[in-house]
Design a protein around this ligand. Structure first.
Ligand SMILES: [Zn+2]
Length: 240
């Protein structure tokens, strides 16, 4: 098992540890979520500099021993995402995106699509911090559901298959439901349905805006889906 691992990784969390070390939670394309320790990372003359902070996209060499944590041997910056760090909304969105990934995907569950989606989201928030907000965060989460194999059913009633009168959403049923099946569901407007369809069909950079009322319905649909089928709870998509 011991050996070295070369991989890209995005820093989800960076935790001070002991005298001068850091423990990183990383998301990697082919190993999924992993934990690594960077020894001496907080010393002034650390060879790692300041690049072990959240959201950094790094090219890493890691040493893999017997323990749960790998050891960071070297770390080069692929993308620092410096602009989003100077934007309050961008920073908040990036933190929520990383947290959503960390909660839904466990260690030992590699998913390259999730890595690329997160890298795209951070690159977008960095290039256009004004994109940060409710619509962007919900579109990102909807795409995460798809990557996790939890895509909500939107084309027909998730209970009976009816294609008309899709007026509600049921997290338990796994998608939109018709007026005959809405007993355990909540009202889901045409506008909310249209937003979710567009969010899944378009790239993150082309996600449409929608009214706050509509986005609240979409957030509830996404939240109930991830709770029922992913068995995790996500933080609110935007600050209250
Ligand atoms: Zn139905």
């Amino acid at each position: 098992m011991a050996g070295s691992l070369k991989t890209d990784g995005i820093v989800l969390r960076s935790i001070r540890y002991g005298e001068g070390d850091r423990v990183l939670h990383l998301y990697t394309p082919h190993r999924g979520r992993i934990g690594a320790i960077a020894k001496g990372a907080r010393k002034t003359r650390s060879r790692f500099g300041a690049r072990l902070e959240p959201f950094f996209h790094l090219r890493l060499v890691l040493h893999e021993g017997r323990g749960d944590l790998l050891t960071v041997t070297s770390a080069e910056t692929v993308a620092p995402y410096a602009r989003l760090r100077n934007d309050r909304a961008g920073l908040d969105s990036a933190a929520r995106a990383c947290d959503a990934v960390a909660r839904l995907f466990e260690a030992g569950d590699p998913n390259p699509a999730v890595f690329h989606l997160l890298a795209n989201e951070l690159a977008l928030l960095d290039a256009e911090p004004a994109r940060a907000g409710h619509a962007n965060q919900l579109a990102f989460r909807a795409k995460l559901l798809v990557a996790a194999g939890l895509a909500p059913q939107l084309g027909a009633c998730a209970s009976c298959g009816e294609r008309q009168h899709l007026v509600a959403f049921s997290g338990a049923a796994g998608g939109v439901v018709c007026s005959a099946c809405e007993a355990s569901a909540f009202p889901f407007d045409e506008a909310a349905h249209a937003f979710l369809v567009a969010a899944l069909a378009r790239p993150l950079s082309e996600v449409p805006e929608a009214e706050p009322r509509v986005l609240r319905q979409v957030e509830r649909a996404i939240g109930e889906t991830v709770e029922h089928h992913g068995h995790v709870r996500w933080r609110p998509a935007v600050a209250a």
